[in-house]
Write a protein of this length. Structure first.
Length: 68
């Protein structure tokens, strides 16, 4: 696995609208390489690619007839 350049990580932070302090940025740069394989593993199974990663709240209630 190739290391992402600090410029690429800065671009991702900018795209997300995040402006970390210099100390936070250094921590994010160090943590990125540890988290990247886990994030890529989430998309490794084609069958699970479009599945919800957790239970999803459905706002539309399923109504049943009273007395049924």
């Amino acid at each position: 696995m190739s290391a992402a350049s600090p410029a690429a990580i800065d671009a991702m932070l900018d795209a997300a609208g995040l402006a970390p302090s210099p100390a936070e940025r250094e921590q994010l740069l160090a943590m990125y390489e540890r988290f990247k394989p886990g994030v890529e593993a989430l998309y490794a199974l084609p069958e699970a690619r479009y599945e919800a990663p957790a239970l999803v709240f459905q706002a539309e209630p399923k109504l049943t007839a009273w007395g049924a």
